[in-house]
Design a protein around this ligand. Structure first.
Ligand SMILES: *Cc1c(COP(=O)(O)O)cnc(C)c1O
Length: 385
């Protein structure tokens, strides 16, 4: 979360004082209005607001009918939640390489596609847009669905279209570390009315009797409870008003710094620098030793050391602990026999190499010119050493 203040406080207190905190039949329809405003912003037809990004991915995969017997391909550089959502539905996460852009490598996706591939999950990590043209072409060729994990890329875009609007389903997170936030929160978007209805059913423990914005005609099935309160909805509506301003300032700050150091610095290439959210500057080095030296001078870190964002630090996948008890562990399911699940810490050498040769510097939309100059000097000193 970058910006918050009186507006969020007023919105939350208005809801609390009204005594109307439940989203169904509420006085102000904060959650429903947030869904309307978010789908207009992203340019899609349907939206379900949920409790988290993980909830959004899980509901999206459930809407797609993902379950035992299915493989879902995702990059080995994403938050562990992406894999966790797949396992939670009894399917198997297949991890693939990233390329120099730090996002899903379409070449490795094509190598890992099998007759069991039900969906792929491109991840716009750190707000870097994925190569949606090539991934969309693959989805048409091999007939799998795309669920975009745009949890770190609220409001970002690719070739002028918002991230989350390319695949069958797009997902966002509003936890504290994301671009906009209500402390916790998430959303799932789609242009498909059936997927929307199935996500509504799944996120509300199989209910299709509440009066949601659109009448639910899909047959009910058991689900989870991923609903959010009106307080979350009210805060998110204020946050959404700030989104484009935050993105514009992040992009301006990042561009100013990149322009000042482009004579000597090398950057991770971008699939679309104009759509990049600007939350992170990624410096690229020729060797791991050079990257470690620069990291020490700049005082930030390398993505290889970002813990649960790197697949080798996902014990549930590396050690095949896919559920709370063995009989519910997807790695043991009869239906999953023969699927691609033989992953170890060294399975993705390119990913590990690229992450180790990258140095991050987080951006802030509210840096003034003195602060920006300070950052430029710091990066310069790293290259002088
Ligand atoms: C944050 C994040 C999630 C999960 O979001 P939560 O709201 O924390 O559940 C999923 N995928 C990625 C890439 C994320 O960064």
């Amino acid at each position: 979360m970058f910006r918050w203040g009186q507006e969020e406080a007023d919105a939350a207190s208005r809801v609390i004082l009204s005594g109307s905190l439940f989203r169904i039949k509420s006085k102000f329809n904060e959650v429903t209005n947030f869904e309307k405003e978010l789908k207009a912003k992203i340019g899609v037809e349907h939206c379900v607001c949920v409790n988290s990004g993980t909830g959004a991915i899980t509901a999206g995969l459930a809407a797609l009918g993902v379950g035992p017997g299915d493989e879902v391909i995702m990059p080995g550089y994403t938050f562990i939640a992406t894999a966790g959502a797949v396992l939670a539905l009894g399917a198997i996460p297949v991890i693939c390489e990233i390329d120099e852009t730090l996002t899903m490598d379409p070449i490795d996706v094509e190598k890992k596609v099998s007759k069991h591939t039900k969906a792929i999950i491109p991840v716009d990590i750190q707000g870097f847009p994925c190569d949606m043209d090539r991934l969309t072409a693959l989805s048409k060729k091999y007939k799998f669905a795309i669920l975009e994990d745009a949890c770190q890329a609220d409001g970002g875009s690719y070739k002028g279209k918002r991230l989350g609007s390319f695949g069958e389903i797009g997902t966002f997170s509003f936890n504290w570390y994301k671009i906009i936030s209500a402390g916790e929160g998430g959303a799932m978007v789609t242009n498909d009315i059936n997927l929307y209805q199935r996500a509504i059913i799944f996120h509300d423990i199989g209910s299709n009797f509440w009066p949601y914005e659109e009448k639910i005609t899909e047959p009910s099935f058991n689900g989870r409870n991923f609903r959010v309160s009106e307080v979350t909805g009210a805060i998110l509506r204020e946050q959404l008003k700030r989104l484009d301003g935050i993105l514009a300032d992040l992009r301006r700050v990042k561009k100013t710094i990149m322009d000042a150091i482009s004579g000597f610095a090398r950057f991770a290439p971008s699939n679309d620098i104009n759509g990049d959210c600007g939350v992170m500057m990624a410096l690229r080095f020729g060797t791991v030793e050079e990257a470690i030296k620069a990291e020490e001078v700049i005082g930030t870190n390398r993505p290889i050391n970002t813990g649960k964002h790197v697949y080798c630090n996902w014990p549930n996948v590396m050690e095949k602990r896919g559920a709370h008890c063995e009989s519910a562990n997807p790695y043991k399911y009869e239906a999953n026999k023969g699927l691609n699940m033989d992953f170890g810490p060294k399975s993705l050498p390119n990913t590990l190499d690229i992450l180790a040769r990258t140095v991050y510097m987080p951006m802030n939309p509210d840096w003034d010119s003195a602060k920006i100059d300070e950052k430029i000097k710091l990066i310069k000193s790293a290259y002088n050493k």
